[in-house]
Design a protein. Structure first.
Length: 248
């Protein structure tokens, strides 16, 4: 069942498996840009069967949530933080894919004591310098970006049709602009962190990944041979890596 919570003019839709789980710490699963919470259905079922409470939001502009005028990346993280507060969650494990990975990282930076475990799957890392911005903004969307968008449309047409397309330009501009504050605040993350990156079809810059790993006190990186959507295209390998990490 889909519930909704209002944050001012924004309504965020979410599904909650309930508070009767064996574990006191819920897992929040956050989808990427152009998707919705149903991308996590298979993995969520496994977690619920193992006794975990699972919370799955639709990010603003996606799924059953409101389309808005603001799609700043910080908005997505703030929405997740507010949802945790409204649900009176005292501790949470966060798993985020792509844009969702950035959103959960913002929660872990802003409220370190809230986040018990953090998983960032194929999160495109922001730029650090103006020189990088000048170089990258001259390019059209990359082959991995185009492939992921096309395959998502085929596999999850409902999510793509519900997606607010006005977000695309805004989001890509933000990914391609320097964000030094985000890099500076990585050291604020205290939760054990698992970063998942894909192979040639992925969107994680290896050089920046090394900097991220060094900045977070407890950070493990696991590489896969698939592209951008590991939990979708390498589900068994994803589960084998993430499930024990969340059980730790």
């Amino acid at each position: 069942m889909v519930d909704r919570v209002a944050f001012g003019d924004v309504r965020i839709a979410y599904r909650d498996s309930g508070v009767g789980a064996v574990s006191d710490v819920p897992v929040m699963l956050v989808h990427g840009m152009g998707g919705d919470g149903h991308t996590w259905d298979r993995f969520a079922h496994v977690l619920v069967q193992s006794g975990r409470r699972v919370i799955i939001p639709d990010l603003r502009g996606h799924g059953h949530s409101t389309h808005t005028d603001s799609y700043r990346f910080d908005d997505f993280g703030a929405d997740l933080l507010t949802l945790c507060d409204r649900l009176e969650v005292a501790s949470v494990d966060l798993v985020g894919h792509s844009l969702g990975g950035y959103a959960v990282s913002c929660v872990a930076q802003e409220r370190p004591e809230l986040v018990r475990r953090l998983v960032m799957e194929e999160c495109p890392l922001p730029l650090q310098s103006g020189a990088e911005e000048l170089y990258l903004t001259r390019h059209f969307p990359t082959v991995p970006e185009l492939w992921h968008a096309t395959s998502s449309l085929i596999r999850h047409p409902r999510a793509v049709l519900a997606f607010d397309r006005s977000m695309t330009r805004i989001a890509l501009e933000q990914f391609r602009k320097p964000n030094p504050e985000w890099w500076d605040r990585l050291s604020d993350i205290t939760a054990p962190t698992l970063v998942l990156c894909g192979g040639p079809g992925g969107m994680v810059d290896p050089a920046k990944l090394s900097i991220l790993q060094a900045a977070i006190a407890d950070c493990t990186v696991t590489a896969f041979t698939c592209g951008h959507s590991i939990h979708r295209d390498r589900y068994r390998e994803f589960t084998a890596a993430v499930r024990p990490f969340l059980a730790g």
